[in-house]
Design a protein around this ligand. Structure first.
Ligand code: ADP
Ligand code: MG
Length: 238
């Protein structure tokens, strides 16, 4: 579970063709990073996969099945938003359990799943706190918890660390890759940060103006960049 295939997927906003047509294969259990400069279409591509945007053309397959017209909630994917997307008036417990409550899951099962997620994320002692009583890293873990409770086959992360400070970012990178391994799910992680891409990815997808410049492991991209864009982008950390 968790493989994704894009076949000539395109997206235009009115006259603006943001993604001309992308083919991509993501295997079950891979940690895939979409990297590229601001405005190149990373978030749009992730939102197309999540079903939060309709495609203008092409097909999306999830676990071999055509999911192009499937509702977001039925794709088996979970999007991890930045920690500021937490509900400030709700406890950690309620924030993590919220997607299950919305889905009509009964209270005993919500409690069980929230307890499990909290254990995995080291949040057990914080379940009754409000988001404002947590550190930035803890808040980010709550945002991840909200994705975990639905047991998705694939996690979609859109720059989840961009509003954390530098030291915390390094920690959270490790935590997210460890979590990915622990859960055995597929992860797609969007960032404009080359260092995040190089340190986290099994497979990097370098995007530029809505096109894929290269797909490869961090080492392949570093040692055998397909062109000057990739060489410049991977070779020049901020
Ligand atoms: P990235 O995440 O790589 O920074 P985005 O996917 O957010 O890039 O945006 C890619 C391009 O699509 C940008 O030019 C942006 O202005 C445009 N775009 C994104 N969303 C919309 C939208 N809802 N309506 C119109 N244009 C959009
Ligand atoms: Mg973006």
């Amino acid at each position: 579970m968790g493989s994704i295939q894009l076949k000539n997927v395109s997206k235009a906003f009115a006259e603006h063709k943001v993604i001309p047509g992308i083919d991509l294969e993501i295997n079950n259990g891979e940690f895939v990073v979409f990297v590229g400069p601001s405005g190149c279409g990373k978030s749009t591509l992730l939102r197309l996969i999540a079903g939060l945007e309709d495609t203008s053309g092409g097909k999306i397959f999830i676990d071999g099945k055509d999911a192009t017209d499937t509702k977001p909630s039925e794709r088996g994917l979970a999007m991890v938003f930045q920690s500021y997307a937490l509900y400030p008036h709700m406890s950690v417990r309620s924030n993590i359990g919220f997607p299950l409550k919305m889905a009509g899951v009964d209270k005993a099962e919500i409690d069980r799943k929230v307890t499990d997620a909290a254990r995995i994320l080291n949040l057990t002692d914080y379940l009754d706190r409000k988001p404002r009583q947590l550190s930035g890293g803890q808040r980010q873990r709550v945002a991840i918890g909200r994705a975990i409770v639905r047991s998705p086959s694939c996690f979609l992360f859109d720059e989840p660390l961009s509003n954390l400070d530098a030291a915390l970012r390094v920690n959270m990178r490790l935590e997210i890759t460890e979590l990915h391994q622990k859960l055995g799910a597929t992860s797609i992680y969007v960032t404009h940060d080359q260092v995040e891409a190089m340190t986290m990815a099994d497979k990097i997808v370098v995007l530029n103006k809505g096109n894929i410049e290269q797909v490869g492991s961090p080492m392949q991209l570093y040692h055998h960049p397909a062109n000057l864009f990739v060489a410049g982008f991977i070779g020049s950390p901020k």
